[in-house]
Design a protein around this ligand. Structure first.
Ligand code: GAP
Length: 444
């Protein structure tokens, strides 16, 4: 079947209520997107999957939820005011704007526009942070706040709070999921790079001498995480940052890249941030951020190993990975999203074979009884084959059909999305059956 394009994905996302253009009735806002009913369900499921993997399944990782707006000194300490910039060039002729490091080297060197061949301006450094003011008076010096460009700093400034009040001992981690904002020069490829996005970050505080051991540990964990989420491993690869790519805080860094429709691109970063952040916060706040180790009485500034994934970018990755156009018979193609059942927006759809003879009521009762545990969907309209196809296209892993046999022996037909196989299951055994099938899921 043909290669997946971004246009196909964008169109499916709109048609089936995953993602809509923001403020579309006003012509849309460039690079801003709204999540529809299925999109928000998918995003929440990915977030919950991450949260469970990164907090609940560990003895020593806790969560926080810090404010988006922070004291402006935070961003001086973090280095973002000074260093969080992109090199910007404009075309004097067609007025297009580019990130200099994202255009072909020859164009950048010779100052030639890659779109129209016009002359490019000299390079300017452009800070990516959105700046605003707190309070009614826009006084440049006293009331500036930034919308956070990464969630990480909200964790660092709470390091001491967590150590002192939550009895955490190094090594330990703090996790957070939340919005971040960057005034990106180039926003394209749908929800891949946007000005408003969500991150899932975990900061792991370690003894300085153990930094590389934990760095390698978290690289392994994060790779396995994507495998566990059902992502095809041949679509993932590592990219190590060279010296000219390293962020201002990083000693070493690897990206996990995914092969999106536009090619391999960063999905998540694993960074060794050393003691950079806590040292800088000590200097800028005047509050000592060092840690006193019990037993040895040694005082040190912990090193930080960071795992930083984009939640909204994960949504795009999961959609790209799940999509398949399958030829099921001569001239008959189905679109199927192979979501892992643990993150599928709808887990279970229930249909009556026909609306009459009490089958609709029976199916509706079954669906209601399953709601407490599963995200369900009831559909009684159209031919049964079409109902299956509609669910395939939104990635529902299991469909249940109530038919005349149900009235006789209390069994239903349960159809698997990937294999399209059908089995008979007793009504009261559906929850246990689904739980087991979820555990054993392998993409077909
Ligand atoms: N705290 C470290 C940090 O923010 P980063 O590599 O700049 O590191 C981490 O960002 C992740 O956040 C990226 O791998 C990506 O998934 C996501 N991300 C960054 N900028 C983004 C944007 N403009 N739109 C969507 N996701 C973005």
């Amino acid at each position: 079947m043909s290669e997946l394009t971004m246009d196909t994905l964008v169109s499916l996302c709109k048609r089936r209520g995953f993602v809509f253009q923001s403020s579309e009735i006003y012509g849309g806002l460039s690079s801003a997107w709204d999540y529809g009913p299925l999109g928000i369900a998918l995003k929440k499921n990915i977030q919950e999957f991450w949260w469970k993997e990164m907090t609940r399944l560990h003895d020593n990782i806790v969560g926080i939820d810090a404010a988006i707006m922070m004291h402006p000194r935070v961003w001086e300490a973090s280095g973002h005011v000074e260093n969080f910039t992109d090199p910007l060039v404009d075309c004097k002729k067609c007025k297009m704007r580019f990130r200099e490091d994202k255009i072909p080297e020859e164009n950048a060197k010779n100052k030639i526009c890659p779109e129209c061949g016009g002359e490019l301006t000299a390079t300017r450094r452009f800070n990516l942070m959105f700046k605003t003011h707190i309070g009614p008076v826009e006084d440049d010096n006293n009331n500036i706040v930034y919308l956070r460009p990464e969630t990480a700093q909200g964790i660092y400034v709470n390091f001491k709070n967590v150590v002192q009040n939550c009895r955490m001992k190094v090594p330990f981690g703090i996790a957070q999921v939340g919005k971040a904002f960057r005034n990106e020069i180039v926003t394209k490829n749908f929800i891949f790079r946007t000005c408003e996005f969500e991150q899932m970050e975990m900061q792991y505080f370690v003894q300085p001498e153990d930094d590389m051991k934990w760095f390698e540990y978290w690289r392994g964990e994060r790779w396995n995480y994507y495998k566990k989420m059902g992502i095809r491993e041949n679509k993932l690869r590592w990219h190590q940052h060279g010296p000219d790519e390293l962020a201002h805080y990083a000693k070493c860094a690897y990206d996990i890249e995914y092969e999106f429709p536009m090619g391999f691109q960063e999905l998540e970063g694993v960074h060794n941030r050393t003691d950079y952040d806590l040292t800088r916060h000590t200097q800028y706040s005047g509050k000592d951020q060092s840690y006193l180790e019990e037993g040895t009485n040694r005082k040190f500034i912990p090193y930080i190993i960071e795992t930083s994934a984009g939640l909204t970018r994960n949504v795009l990755m999961v959609l790209s990975d799940a999509y398949e156009e399958q030829q099921v018979a001569e001239g008959d193609t189905r679109v199927v999203l192979h979501f892992h059942p643990l993150i599928a927006p709808i887990k279970l759809a229930v249909f009556p074979l026909v609306k009459k003879d009490g089958l609709a009521e029976l199916a509706s009762d079954i669906e209601h009884n399953l709601r407490d545990e599963f995200a369900t969907y009831y559909d009684q309209s159209g031919a049964i084959g079409r109902r299956y196809r509609r669910q395939d296209e939104v990635g529902t892993p299991y469909c249940i059909t109530v038919d005349y046999q149900t009235k006789e022996d209390n069994t239903v037909t349960l159809r698997f999305r990937d294999s399209m196989e059908q089995v008979r299951v007793k009504i009261d055994e559906i929850p246990a059956f689904i739980r087991k099938a979820d555990k054993e899921y392998k993409r077909v």
